[in-house]
Design a protein around this ligand. Structure first.
Ligand SMILES: Nc1ncnc2c1ncn2[C@@H]1O[C@H](COP(=O)(O)OP(=O)(O)OP(=O)(O)O)[C@@H](O)[C@H]1O
Ligand SMILES: [Mg+2]
Length: 367
């Protein structure tokens, strides 16, 4: 690749402020939470659609104090507490108020460089440690006369960390805080249900913010603009990349990155299809094999039928794929739970366009 060409796409981590685009309607809604105390929101949407990027970008743009934790990276609630406390920089001088605050929490919280640090008290129950960390943040917000937002990403993991009633405990704890707002976010389709059904801990207490796809024309233009800036003057594969990868921003960016590399090395032909195949049939094949191997025959056959665009309950499909109406229903539920299938409107679709391509290929080769 010539030196002047540099791939401008990155799908591995949430979009940074140089690559972030659009979300004009959603940014003010997130800012509305960051600007006021005692707000609570649930940011939900499909996997890889851009939830984490949106929240982080909004917080940085609003320059509001913000404590962020990805619950999937924690092993227990004490670790959640420690990571939350350490996640935001203390870049203002609160003088005597800060000293008074630290005295109140002596033995628990200290200032290390530009971050707070939570001491480890192995005797304290983990949920108590989390309560103390949140109380400290609330007091800090009061002392600095600001609103502080706590974001818990991959919130569905709360039950893994704190048991079946963890969200009830959290609700009990957070209702006393005066200055903290909370953003919970995650993509497990069960999350929305267990957070909002009538007997749920946060029933009617959450502003629901759904993150959907970015408009396809905007996305296509963004890909073309970035490719030009990356050194591929005149390239125009944006629309084809968007059409091939489906609604999730992360998938679109992943394919754009691959296609950019192909274009930069002068590949000929349909480089968008070739890019999709390279990701699905080469890079992700080991991962897909691991997902596929444990699946029972009925789930495999249903996936093949959907990958081949066959109506799943039709007589011909049932015959051709060796399924029954009952086995389709059971297989579908199991595949939803594994997040292999998802809903787009009322359509049952693959969560990943790359896995769909891979499953089609297994059908073609009969493996
Ligand atoms: N507004 C945006 N502008 C540009 N790229 C974006 C934007 N939002 C998301 N992306 C791209 O999509 C990828 C996935 O985004 P992100 O991790 O924010 O999604 P998510 O919904 O939090 O995913 P997950 O369900 O895996 O947690 C990012 O790495 C980034 O490349
Ligand atoms: Mg995320």
């Amino acid at each position: 690749m010539p030196a002047a060409i540099a791939n401008p796409f990155n799908f591995e981590t949430p979009a940074d402020r140089w690559s972030f685009t659009d979300r004009e309607e959603l940014l003010p809604r997130i800012s509305g939470i960051l600007d006021r105390p005692r707000q609570r929101a649930l940011v939900h949407g499909r996997r890889r659609v851009g939830k984490t990027s949106l929240i982080k970008h909004a917080a940085i743009a609003a320059k509001r104090p913000f404590a962020f934790i990805d619950l999937s990276t924690a092993n227990d609630l004490s670790e959640v507490a420690r990571k939350l406390i350490g996640s935001f920089p203390v870049n203002e001088d609160l003088g005597s108020r800060l000293i008074r605050l630290l005295r109140k929490y002596v033995e628990r919280v200290s200032l290390k460089g530009e971050h707070f640090s939570l001491g480890t008290d192995l005797r304290a129950p983990a949920e108590e440690t989390l309560g103390q960390a949140l109380s400290f943040l609330d007091d800090y917000a009061l002392a600095s006369d600001k609103c502080l937002t706590v974001c818990m990403d991959e919130f569905q993991d709360l039950r893994r960390l704190g048991g079946d009633r963890a969200e009830w405990q959290l609700r009990g704890t957070i209702q006393h805080y005066q200055r903290l707002s909370f953003i919970f976010s995650g993509s497990d389709h069960r999350l929305l249900q267990w957070m909002t059904e009538p007997n749920a801990a946060f029933f009617k207490q959450l502003e629901l913010i759904e993150v959907g796809p970015i408009d396809s024309d905007l996305m296509a233009k963004w890909i073309n603009d970035r490719s030009h800036r990356g050194g591929l003057i005149g390239s125009s594969f944006g629309a084809a990349v968007v059409a091939a990868s489906g609604p999730c921003t992360g998938d679109i960016v992943r394919l754009a990155k691959q296609v950019f590399d192909f274009a930069a090395t002068g590949r000929k032909g349909d480089i968008v299809s070739q890019g999709l195949d390279a990701i699905a049939l080469e890079y992700l094949t080991p991962e897909f094999g691991t997902i596929w191997r444990p699946l029972p025959p009925s789930q495999r056959m249903l996936l093949r039928a959907i990958a081949d665009d066959q109506p799943r309950f039709s007589k011909t499909t049932l015959e051709n794929y060796g399924l029954t109406v009952g086995s389709v229903g059971t297989a579908q539920t199991a595949l939803f739970d594994k997040q292999i299938l998802t809903l787009a409107g009322d359509q049952v679709v693959f969560d990943s366009p790359f896995f769909r391509r891979w499953v089609r290929a297994t059908g073609e080769t009969g493996t």
